[in-house]
Unconditional design. Structure first.
Length: 88
């Protein structure tokens, strides 16, 4: 086979092979993009859970501070009232 014949055969083979490799790369990129999206969604959900937990803890600390600093009510009465009320 001559050089021109070899080139004539190699060009379509490389074009087809390049298309296959290109499609594989695009599929891989879509997979990686989806993985990042899922990781981002998971991180956002965890952040929301931590924020809600932090808010509840801050509310509880505020109640404890109010109990400790408010001398006008009886500490036992306040504890009983808080024990009977739901947390959230």
């Amino acid at each position: 086979m001559s050089l021109a014949g070899t080139i004539a055969v190699c060009i379509p083979v490389l074009a087809i092979g390049g298309g296959i490799v290109g499609n594989m790369f695009q599929s891989w990129m879509r997979l990686k993009r989806r993985q990042l999206e899922l990781m981002s969604e998971t991180a956002a959900e965890k952040a929301a859970q931590y924020a809600a937990k932090t808010e509840r803890l801050e509310q509880r600390v505020a109640v404890l501070e109010r109990i400790l600093t408010d001398r006008s009510t009886s500490l036992a009465d306040e504890i009983d009232r808080l024990r009977d009320s739901p947390l959230n």
